[in-house]
Ligand binder design. Structure first.
Ligand code: SAH
Length: 358
């Protein structure tokens, strides 16, 4: 057979040379390896999982109105940059830009931050006729620090790498990926972390308890908050996750075809994600100097922005589609569906003022 060896074999080779790798490094390879990484090679939306913007246009419309409101509240700043992190198929941006036409004086330059060439190509197609000025970047960096920033990220942070630590008799040890009997498996690092490296609220964990942390997420959140605090604008982060200290279990999960899969089996073939630690993200926002609002359940957040009214309007205009519009509304806001597990968190510049939806 020609072509690259399966990603699992290449990761095993890397481990043979380098030694055990962290869960974070494993996630990065499984999701972004240029030849076989999950996001690098496919469009997962619909086939493996579905997201709020793909459920209904109303989601993006509400986020577009959020941006307009923030812009109005701050005295209509010029020179705005509108950034989306991990824009999937571009659906959310298309719906936001359409809703933002209600404010014709609001001019934005759009930046799409997308690592996957496959998804970038789909986004270009989706936004071809949007009339907006749009550029693409593979990652967020300091080039985006010089102007007021409006930023949205839906189901982006759950895809960023996490590290895991397990409580053992000898202390908190990092969970690593090793090769054993020609398969990838988990093993704990032999030496423990200094106890000060673990947050105090974790101390009560039972043996076997897991602490997850995403330094990539909190570092990025802090950088975004700093730009918003200094230059103005606002950031809106939506994702699934927990807002308290969480439990002591792990949340890393693999998903393929809308079902759970084995995290270590056949890397690159399934999505990997973990619950977002909203308390840690909020803390990062404050460290960056922003005023932090939320987390608030996605259902409440969207209803406060006018989602129910918008659904009614759409149902009246398209009676034949009323049932599916209502079903989408329910899916986005019902507590048993995406209404409470999914949460919204906003960073706004000081001084503290109104925050639409919170
Ligand atoms: N926001 C979209 C897609 C969510 S899926 C929606 O709601 O439908 C996650 C998205 O983040 C994908 O577009 C994926 O390619 C992108 N992504 C994941 N990790 C990334 C990273 N480290 N840098 C840039 N983009 C990333």
């Amino acid at each position: 057979m020609n072509g690259p060896a399966p990603l699992a074999a290449r990761i095993a080779e890397l481990i043979a040379v380098q030694g055990p790798i962290s869960v974070a490094q494993y996630m990065t390879l499984a999701l972004h390896d240029a030849q076989s990484g999950y996001y690098a090679t496919r469009d997962p939306l619909g086939a493996d999982f579905i997201t709020a913007p793909e459920i209904s246009q109303m989601f993006g419309e509400m986020l577009g109105l959020w941006c307009v409101q923030v812009w109005e509240d701050q005295g209509r700043p010029q020179n705005l940059r509108l950034v989306e992190l991990g824009p999937g198929r571009g659906t959310l941006m298309a719906d936001m830009l359409r809703a933002m036409k209600q404010a014709p004086d609001m001019k934005v330059d759009v930046v799409m931050v997308e690592a996957s060439p496959v998804l970038q190509a789909i986004q270009r197609r989706t936004l071809r006729d949007s009339g907006a000025s749009i550029v693409w970047k593979t990652h967020f960096d300091e080039e985006l620090a010089d102007r007021p920033l409006l930023l949205v990220a839906n189901e982006f942070f759950d895809a960023l790498p996490i590290r895991q630590y397990a409580k053992t008799q000898r202390g908190w040890c990092e969970r690593m990926v090793v090769e054993k009997d020609s398969a990838l498996s988990f093993a704990l690092a032999p030496s423990a972390l200094p106890p000060s490296a673990i947050p105090p609220e974790r101390a009560a964990a039972p043996d076997g308890g897991i602490y997850e942390t995403s330094p990539a997420s909190t570092a990025l959140a802090e950088e975004i908050a700093r730009i918003v605090a200094v230059k103005g604008g606002g950031a809106l982060i939506l994702d699934y996750g927990y807002s308290g200290p969480g439990g002591f279990g792990e949340t890393l999960q693999a998903v393929k075809a809308n079902a759970f899969a084995d995290v270590l089996a056949d890397p690159g073939s399934h999505d990997l994600s973990a619950h977002v630690d909203f308390a840690a993200m909020a803390e990062a926002g404050r460290r960056g100097g922003a005023i932090v609002h939320g987390p608030r359940g996605q259902g409440e957040f969207l209803v406060r922005l006018g989602l129910a009214r918008r659904a009614e309007q759409l149902m009246k205009a398209n009676p034949a589609k009323a049932k599916s519009i209502y079903a989408a509304l329910e899916r986005l806001i019902h507590p048993a569906q995406m209404g409470t597990l999914f949460k919204a968190l906003a960073f706004l510049p000081p001084p503290a003022g109104p925050a639409p939806g919170f």
